[in-house]
Design a protein around this ligand. Structure first.
Ligand code: C5P
Length: 224
C-alpha cells in the first residue's frame, strides 16, 4: 500500500505543453505529452493529497480523484497557476512552457497569398516558476523540472545546479536528454536537486515510479 503522507495537503501541478496561437487555427507548440505531470497527480491523490492539475493540451484521461483545469497558452497556464497557488501547500511546474509567443495573433486565418511570408515576431513569456517562488507563502514547497544536455559550458549536473539557483525552487527534478540517451545503458536517468544542496540520483524508472520518488522528497520537506 502507498503511504498516506500527503493526507490533506493541497497540491497544484501543471502538466502538458503550452500552445501559443498564431491565428485561429495555428500555434507554436511542443511535444510534451503530459504523462509525467499526470503521473504526479495520480500518485499524489493516492497518497492522500487534494490535487488540482492544470493541464495544457494533454490528451489523457482525468486521473481518479483529481480536479482538472484545462488551459491552452502559456498566458492561460500562468493565470491559473498564480490564482490556484494561493490555496496550495505544494506547487509543481512539470508543464513544458513556451519560452516565446508570437507578438501578433491574427484575428482571421492567415492566407497563403502571393507574397513571401513576413518574419514571425516573437516576445518572451514570463517565467511562471520564478513568479510562483517569488509570490509563495512561507512553508509552501515549490518544485521545478529541467531537461538538460551536457555541452561545452558544462555537464548536465552543472546546468541543473545553475537552474535550481536561478529559479529559486526547493526541489528541481533534473533529467538528462538528447541524442543517444536511449542507447545508453547507465541507470542514472536523473537527479533530484534540493535547495539545501542535497543531491539524489534517480534510477531509470517508469513515470509513476519517478512520481513516487518526487513525492518522497516533497514529503520529507513538508515534514521537516
Ligand atoms: O528554463 P526552463 O524552461 O528549462 O525551466 C524549466 C522549468 O521552468 C519547468 O519547471 C517549467 O515548467 C518552468 N517554466 C516556467 N515558465 C516558463 C518556462 C519554464 O514556469 N516560461
Amino acid at each position: 500500500a502507498l503511504p498516506r503522507d500527503l493526507d490533506g495537503r493541497r497540491v497544484l501541478i501543471s502538466a502538458g505543453g503550452t500552445r501559443e496561437p498564431l491565428d485561429p487555427v495555428r500555434f507554436l507548440g511542443n511535444r510534451s505529452s503530459g504523462r509525467q505531470g499526470y503521473a504526479l497527480a495520480r500518485v499524489a491523490a493516492q497518497r492522500g493529497a487534494e490535487v488540482t492539475l492544470v493541464a495544457a493540451n494533454a490528451d489523457l484521461p482525468d486521473p481518479a480523484g483529481v480536479h482538472v483545469v484545462r488551459v491552452g497558452s502559456a498566458a492561460e497556464l500562468r493565470a491559473q497557476m498564480l490564482r490556484l497557488a494561493d490555496e496550495s501547500d505544494v506547487v509543481v511546474m512539470s508543464a513544458a512552457v513556451a519560452d516565446f509567443r508570437p507578438v501578433n495573433r491574427a484575428e482571421h486565418k492567415m492566407k497563403k497569398g502571393a507574397a513571401d511570408p513576413d518574419a514571425l515576431e516573437l516576445t518572451r513569456n514570463p517565467d511562471i516558476l520564478v513568479e510562483l517562488v517569488a509570490g509563495r507563502r512561507p512553508g509552501v514547497v515549490v518544485v521545478g523540472f529541467a531537461a538538460e544536455t551536457g555541452d561545452v559550458s558544462g555537464d548536465v549536473l552543472h546546468h541543473g545546479r545553475e537552474k535550481l539557483r536561478r529559479k529559486g525552487c526547493d526541489l528541481l527534478v533534473l533529467n538528462e536528454v538528447g541524442e543517444g540517451r536511449a542507447f545508453e545503458t547507465e541507470d542514472n536517468e536523473g537527479w533530484l536537486l534540493y535547495a539545501d544542496g542535497r543531491e539524489q540520483t534517480l534510477p531509470r524508472a517508469a513515470k509513476s515510479e519517478l512520481a513516487s520518488m518526487v513525492w518522497d522528497g516533497v514529503s520529507a520537506l513538508l515534514h521537516a
